[in-house]
Design a protein around this ligand. Structure first.
Ligand SMILES: Nc1nc2c(ncn2[C@@H]2O[C@H](COP(=O)(O)OP(=O)(O)OP(=O)(O)O)[C@@H](O)[C@H]2O)c(=O)[nH]1
Ligand SMILES: [Mg+2]
Length: 368
């Protein structure tokens, strides 16, 4: 190969390349200390804005940077997590001021239509609104709130509102962590009301309850089966039950359903100390009843803030979250150990064949 000691042909040049190949690669100088420093800095290991610019962008109301910050907290990469935690630490003083409302209900109950109607009303009242989703099915389907965007058309188009689909990967615990952190980013950005939608099947309602101040259950009048359709457990979580689609021919049936719910609610412990959960009629389509139930939610905030329940719930939610993350971390660290994994595969066979009692087997692995 031709050229001086520090000059080489590029990789793509054929081995017999002559002077007709004009390209040369010049060996770079390498400052080892600076190089190591740069590699160690997590900021150097990703493209995209720095923590400073994300913090400033969020404070300045830059939606593009908010979206990038959310993408960062949603990342599963360890190097992103370090930066995300630094970002969250920095914005923390600006969080906590929004009212966090969970919305659940069976598929088709009208959650999205109602969120759109309520959201538009809140914008008109001067609030800024963020809508987030926790969708347990999205691991399979890739997220159904995409379809929802068309049902929240007006809200999606309004610059004062923000709609974010469910983070789509990981366990419910992982999705919950991402949603909580996204909620904090939205609060730092200045959204006053956060609406958290989840479909009313499985565990996700409990998760949404555990991160919201007010929990709204949306139902519809069915053919006499309204109380069987929803598990009693979910009713017990609710601060308000809205019987939606109370319009047209459906009005009478909606009234009956409302009375049925109120009767049942009379026997249940309230979800929030000092607050009686009631069923109300609403039509997300006509807008009838929306202002009235929002007034009740404002009333809820006044009552629970003055009796201390609001603050106490948030403190408990933070503690619960802390312990959940701790447990998750302990489990992960435990199973990551090669010796533990080896021992488990050993012991597993003995447990299966009955050669070793289960309790003794678990004890053996734990002592390891
Ligand atoms: N008549 C009437 N129809 C409504 C009302 N609210 C919603 N709908 C209709 O009910 C259907 C379902 O509404 P959505 O808002 O998509 O329901 P959802 O609970 O978000 O459904 P999923 O996201 O699939 O769980 C749509 O066709 C709406 O137009 C209402 O107040 N009255
Ligand atoms: Mg929906």
């Amino acid at each position: 190969m031709e050229g001086s000691r520090d000059e080489k042909y590029p990789e793509w040049a054929p081995p017999e390349a002559g002077a007709e190949y004009a390209s040369r690669v010049v060996a770079g100088t390498y400052n080892r200390d600076a190089g190591v420093r740069a590699l160690k800095s997590p900021l150097a290991q990703r493209k995209g804005p720095s923590v400073d610019s994300l913090v400033e962008g969020i404070a300045a109301g830059n939606r593009t940077l908010l979206a990038q910050a959310i993408t960062l907290v949603e990342s599963n990469a360890a190097k992103h997590s370090i930066i995300a935690q630094e970002l969250l630490q920095r914005i923390l003083p600006k969080t906590g001021k929004a009212l966090r409302i969970g919305v659940t209900g069976v598929p088709g109950a009208g959650k999205s239509t109602l969120i759109e109607a309520l959201g538009m009303k809140l914008l008109a009242d001067g609030y800024k609104v963020a809508v987030l989703a926790i969708d347990p099915s999205s691991q399979v389907t890739g997220g159904s709130i995409l379809g929802d965007k068309t049902r929240m058309e007006k809200l999606a188009r309004d610059p004062r509102a923000f709609i974010r689909p469910s983070p789509s990967s990981g366990t419910l615990g992982g999705v919950a962590r991402k949603t909580r952190e996204t909620m904090l980013l939205c609060e730092a950005f200045g959204y006053d009301v956060i609406l958290l939608e989840t479909v009313g099947v499985g565990q996700s309602e409990v998760t949404v309850r555990s991160m919201t101040d007010f929990f709204l259950l949306i139902t519809i009048a069915g053919a006499g089966d309204e109380l069987q359709g929803i598990k009693k457990g979910v009713i017990e979580l609710a601060d308000m039950i809205l019987v939606n689609k109370a319009d047209g021919d459906n009005l009478l049936r909606a009234r009956i359903a409302k009375a049925d719910y109120n009767r049942v609610l009379g026997f249940l412990n309230p979800a929030t100390e000092g607050w009686q959960t009631k069923a109300r009629l609403v039509s997300a389509m006509t807008g009838e009843g929306i202002s009235e139930f929002w007034e009740k939610i404002e009333n809820f905030r006044e009552v629970t803030e003055s009796n201390g329940v609001f603050e106490k719930r948030r403190q408990n939610q933070n503690l619960e979250w802390f312990y959940a993350m701790l447990e998750e971390g302990i489990q992960r660290k435990f199973y990551e150990q090669a010796s533990v994994r080896a021992m488990i595969s050993d012991v597993e066979a003995q447990v299966r064949s009955g050669a070793l009692p289960v309790t003794a087997a678990a004890q053996m692995v734990l002592e390891k």
